[in-house]
Write a protein that binds this ligand. Structure first.
Ligand code: AHR
Length: 325
């Protein structure tokens, strides 16, 4: 069971839970922090990369950035080269949940603390210092609760665009949504397939769903595990001659600027926000850890706020558009 602590943008936390033994010398400005990023599959990912670079620069951190192009093997190679180089700390956004134990153990043996960003791993928690991520089951639940409330007792056949197979957001967001619709037999997920968190695959998968579901006429809602797939799916719905947001409800996760544009056009109905600022809290907790040697709270959980067209989509678009999405 994860210990949860809500992190808002710009805040950081220090707890005393856990007894991991990593290096604890002072944090100097010239220290290098390695960041193994997944790739650039989505607008949200691009914003996370941009915000991480900005947050590092603000703190005078020398950030070594490695783009894994969606491949776990590239992430493992990057982490090994960070270890060989003797970086002060490592940030990693793990593409999938499994297969990290060996490399995390190598980092721990080298006394290099690792902070996980935005996704989790299936590995003993003593192998990393902390994680900064959302509660992905909650995100799915927030999306599902919105649908339950919106459709009431009406029958609703849902199609689901899943994220990357084996990634914690795909697993958690599916689980949370299913939990929310349990007990509402009028709502059923009739098709579910991965769109790998990309706009192009989201569109492709949705085209298949539309064909298989009477040209889309028997679909009531599209639930996408991220906004990019939703935007691709919206295009597919339009190409099929239907109105996204009206004929087919659209609910997704991330709150990227493009989904607010879609809301302004009446083509998207709800999104759950995922902050792209995972690195700010990670740098803060590392800085405090190096300064005082205090072990931070293990799981630092970001907020999951629901946005609908009632929440000033234009203002939300303007607020985000310069953030690198
Ligand atoms: O891990 C976070 C997810 O990864 C975001 O929701 C998605 O857009 C990204 O690709």
């Amino acid at each position: 069971m994860r210990t949860a602590l809500v992190v808002t943008i710009r805040s950081f936390v220090i707890g005393l839970a856990g007894l991991v033994c990593f290096a604890s010398s002072a944090f100097a400005e010239a220290d290098i922090i390695g960041f193994s990023q997944i790739g650039s599959e989505s607008g949200w990912r691009a914003a996370e990369t941009a915000v991480t670079k900005l947050e590092a620069k603000k703190r005078g951190i020398d950030l070594k950035f490695a783009d894994a192009q969606q491949k776990q093997e590239n992430q493992i190679k990057a982490i090994r080269s960070f270890i060989a180089e003797g970086v002060k700390a490592i940030l990693v956004a793990p593409v999938v949940a499994t297969g990290w134990e060996d490399v995390l153990r190598e980092a721990k043996e080298a006394k290099i603390p690792v902070v996980l960003l935005d996704r989790g791993v299936d590995a003993p928690a003593d192998l990393y210092l902390a994680s900064v991520a959302s509660d992905q089951v909650k995100e799915g639940r927030v999306a599902g609760d919105w649908l339950v409330k919106t459709v009431g007792d009406k029958p609703c056949r849902v199609v689901e665009l899943q994220g990357t197979v084996g990634s914690t957001p795909a697993i958690g967001r599916k689980k949370g949504f299913e939990e929310a619709i349990t007990g509402h037999p009028n709502i059923t997920v009739v098709r579910s397939q991965t769109g790998d968190f990309t706009r192009s695959k989201g569109k492709e998968v949705m085209e298949g769903f539309l064909k298989a579901e009477n040209g889309g006429k028997s679909i009531c809602a599209m639930y996408a595990h991220n906004d990019d797939m939703a935007v691709g799916g919206i295009q597919a719905i339009k190409d099929a001659g239907l109105k996204p947001g009206k004929d087919i409800l659209v609910v997704s996760i991330d709150a990227v600027p493009d989904i607010f544009l879609a809301m302004m056009a009446g083509e998207a109905n709800a999104t759950v926000e995922l902050t792209p600022d995972m690195a700010g809290p990670a740098f803060d907790l590392l800085q405090a850890y190096f300064k005082d040697g205090k072990v931070p709270q293990k799981f630092n959980v970001t907020e999951s706020k629901l946005y609908t067209p009632d929440d000033d989509p234009k203002g939300e678009y303007d607020r985000r558009k310069g953030l690198g999405y």
